[in-house]
Ligand binder design. Structure first.
Ligand code: FES
Ligand code: FES
Length: 161
């Protein structure tokens, strides 16, 4: 099937088999390998990307379901000038990654939550629900929690004079 995707602002015209999952098309056809595949059955969240700004497990979504839609991956988090997204800075500052395999998925769920409501970091239950949505085998989750709160604080801070 012929489909068009907008990925991180770039248009892709693709001719793909209908059975292929979005994660594989992003990695193999768009050459965006920042999206990782862990469990491949919707549990770990490593493959999370945003489709029309909503987090989705890209191992469970067929690429053809995204025809005409806008997809954002970890490669699309930084600003046009290469400035890291606040959540990327916060993950680095809080050492919220070790092997890094889960990190793109956590960055995407955290960015979606923070962009929808930058003050969400003030609510421990909402932060917990973001952290609990994905699996990390390394960090113990506490640095990830701190990173989300830190990013929220940065995004809600008054601009420096
Ligand atoms: S690889 Fe998609 S949820 Fe684990
Ligand atoms: S940093 Fe290794 S799985 Fe999360």
């Amino acid at each position: 099937m012929k489909i068009t995707l907008t990925v991180n602002g770039d248009a892709y015209a693709l001719d793909i088999e209908p059975r292929r999952i979005l994660a594989d098309v992003l990695r193999e056809d768009c050459e965006l390998t920042g999206t990782h595949l862990g469990c491949e059955h919707g549990v770990c969240g490593a493959c999370t990307v945003l489709v029309d700004n909503a987090p989705v497990r890209s191992c469970l979504m067929l690429a053809v379901q995204c025809d005409g839609k806008s997809v954002r991956t970890a490669e699309g988090l930084a600003g046009p000038d290469g400035e890291p997204h606040p959540v990327q800075r916060a993950f680095s500052a809080e050492r919220a990654l070790q092997c890094g395999f889960c990190t793109p998925g956590f960055l995407m769920v955290a960015a979606a939550a923070l962009e929808a409501d930058p003050a969400m970091g003030e609510d421990p239950e909402r932060v917990h629900s973001v952290v609990a949505s994905n699996i990390c085998r390394c960090t113990g989750y506490e640095p990830i929690r701190r990173a989300i709160v830190r990013a929220s604080n940065e995004m809600t801070a008054p601009p420096a004079r």
